[in-house]
Design a binder for this molecule. Structure first.
Ligand code: AHM
Ligand code: MG
Length: 335
């Protein structure tokens, strides 16, 4: 079959054999995410049409205002995963605590936990800019059939079994990895089917795009300031192009296709930056590495960080391998 005519459903079935002793649980789980993604996509697309915009009034654990669509996306993903009884636990950027998933009031026999940022970059919705969903899947470490514990969620990113994102953009895409490369699928909205459009995605080894919120320049560590100056200097293939959407999924997606680096460093006003290790950095780092790119906190590999709490933040440097290494060189000079 022509690779480009392959649907996500077909791809999932074909690749199930990759997992030794696979019971099909992970395939079902990715199918459930695909389903919820279509529903959320439908709602996001309608955002400009109905009176659904604006803050719902609640604040999440980080003290940020939630948008209505955040709430909707959060509920939709959680409901879909719960109803299908394919995970034993869920943690969401929008929930203070992790969720135990039971079947008929009993501990279920499932082995996976899902961590999700249901609608990242949601402040962009009001202005019709792309947003995304980010997910990360781990095998639980506590015994199957027992209640899930914090230990099941606080695993280093290297333990991820799968990770991916949905980008609600000019077209909607689902991009994911199960540790065997990265594949991207584009939704045909007319028939509601995702097609394999970007097989085996690869981060260019280097690139000419740097993505950072430069408005925070004066608060950045010296290493970051110096690296930004390096990007802007007229020399060799520089100056680089500055591109920052302020929507991690979109910035990452563009850089993975074109070659570039995304940075959200720590600053004098945010000691660990802004992005969450478990919901944003680990899944993106797994995807980056699987596509031949690199992700670090400026000094060490993101995927090897041992998390200590569900909502912890971490500085994030991610993208084309050589660009991340160059940024790390500047960071090391001021360590
Ligand atoms: P969110 O999870 O509250 O949506 O915040 C994460 C978003 C990322 O998508 C984006 O890269 C970053 O926040 C932008 O932050 P800033 O506006 O500080 O540059
Ligand atoms: Mg987020």
């Amino acid at each position: 079959m022509d690779k480009k005519n392959k649907t996500l459903g077909e791809f999932i079935i074909e690749h199930q054999a990759q997992f030794q002793y696979s019971s099909g649980e992970l395939s079902k789980l990715i199918n459930a995410i695909r389903l919820a993604a279509k529903v959320v996509n439908h709602e996001v697309n309608k955002a400009g049409l109905i009176d659904i915009l604006g803050a719902v009034g609640d604040t999440n654990i980080q003290g940020e205002e939630q948008q209505k669509l955040d709430v909707l996306a959060n509920n939709k993903f959680i409901q879909t995963l719960k109803n299908r009884e394919i995970v034993c636990g869920i943690a969401s950027e929008e929930e203070d605590h992790f969720i135990q998933v039971n079947s008929n009031n009993q501990q279920n026999q499932n082995k996976y936990v899902v961590l999700i940022d249901p609608l990242d970059g949601s402040s962009n919705i009001d202005v019709n800019v792309s947003v995304g969903t980010i997910f990360s899947i781990y095998r639980r470490v506590t015994p199957i059939g027992s209640p899930v514990t914090m230990e099941d969620f606080l695993q280093p990113g290297v333990n991820q079994v799968a990770a991916g994102y949905i980008i609600y953009g000019t077209s909607t895409m689902l991009v994911y990895t199960t540790g065997y490369g990265v594949n991207g699928f584009t939704l045909n909205p007319a028939i509601g089917t995702f097609y394999l459009s970007h097989p085996d995605m690869q981060y260019p080894e280097t690139g000419n795009i740097y993505s950072i919120n430069e408005g925070n320049y004066s608060h950045f560590p010296q290493g970051v300031k110096d690296y930004i100056k390096y990007c802007q200097k007229e020399e060799d293939d520089r100056p680089y192009t500055s591109r920052y959407i302020g929507s991690l999924v979109s910035d990452f997606h563009r850089n993975m296709i074109k070659g570039g680096i995304y940075m959200y460093p720590k600053s004098s006003v945010a000691s660990n930056g802004k992005l969450r290790l478990l919901y944003e950095c680990n899944p993106m780092a797994f995807l980056a590495e699987q596509a031949g790119g690199k992700a670090s906190d400026g000094f060490k590999r993101i995927l090897e960080i041992q998390p200590t709490e569900l909502h912890e933040r971490v500085p994030f440097f991610c993208g084309s391998r050589k660009m991340v290494e160059k940024a790390e060189e500047f960071m090391a000079l001021h360590a």
